[in-house]
Design a protein around this ligand. Structure first.
Ligand code: OAD
Length: 243
């Protein structure tokens, strides 16, 4: 087992699939049921804000019906282990807009595509935790403007969040692990090649099936996240306990 001092984990919708949340590009996935151009671009929001709000209201409401699975819990255990032993760190960079990593107990999480349980005011810029539906008539609790609230979600054509922090973490990573993502959406899909170019970290893919970028990983394990992630975390913890 390689050095696991600084671990960066990239997660995608596949890690939440066994919790009952849809992925995007698989049969029956979100982009099978809705056109990206209708619900996930700034132009869509300008054209039909009610439709876009309804799409994200439904997804926000769905979070009340699901909980973390064994893969989320395993990553939270690994973060705790890293902290307890002082051997290093664990950062989760997630493309997911759900809250399942946090509910499982993970603390060090960057949501690069935003969060369903937050809204942003287009008038005053405040970002507000939001658990209910949002209507166009809902006033911003900070500045009172309406319509002004939008989902705190990165739409196609917008810049992902936390890119400097992510870049810094990738520069210092000893282990980069990609979980449950198809490798279709950049910049996240390009992290593995960045890490390889830096030349420091071991790279591991944990996914149901080989992703678009699978050939760039030094190692891959394929299967459901609840199996492969939990097994991998148990291996790391056991190896370190023996060393
Ligand atoms: P995709 O739907 O593109 O890919 C999901 C991946 O998860 C696939 O490779 C599946 O094989 C894998 N998968 C499915 N079930 C799994 C399981 N039980 N265990 C492990 N892996 C499983 O979703 P993402 O890669 O997350 O962005 O999509 C990336 C981004 O595209 C999303 O963040 C979203 C979307 O458009 C925005 O909306 C900005």
């Amino acid at each position: 087992m390689r050095s696991s001092a600084n671990i960066v984990v990239l997660t995608g919708s596949g890690i939440s699939a066994e919790s009952g949340l849809s992925t995007f590009r698989e049969n029956g996935g979100l982009w099978d049921q809705h056109r990206v151009e209708d619900v996930a671009t700034p132009e869509a929001f300008a054209r039909d804000p009610n439709l876009v709000q309804r799409f994200y209201n439904a997804r926000r409401a769905r979070l009340n019906e699901v909980g973390p699975n064994e893969a989320h819990y395993a990553l939270a255990r690994l973060e705790q282990h890293q902290n307890d032993t002082g051997r290093g760190s664990l950062l989760i960079v997630t493309q997911n807009v759900d809250n399942l990593h946090e509910t499982a107990g993970s603390k060090n999480v960057l949501h690069m595509h935003g969060e369903l349980r937050k809204v942003r005011c287009r008038a005053c810029g405040s970002v507000i935790t939001w658990l209910q539906d949002v209507e166009q008539s809902t006033p911003c609790p900070t500045c009172g403007q309406a319509p002004a609230l939008r989902p705190h979600i990165v739409w196609f054509g917008e810049m992902p969040f936390h890119l400097n922090e992510i870049d810094n973490a990738l520069q210092h990573a000893d282990l980069f692990v990609s979980i449950g993502t198809s490798g279709n959406v950049y910049p996240a899909a390009g992290f593995v090649s960045m890490v390889r170019a830096i030349g420091r970290a071991h790279t591991l893919e944990l996914n149901l099936q080989p992703s678009e970028t699978h050939s760039q990983f030094a190692e891959a394990r394929h299967g459901p996240a609840t199996d492969v992630v939990a097994n991998w975390v148990n291996e790391i913890i056991k190896t370190e306990e023996l060393s």
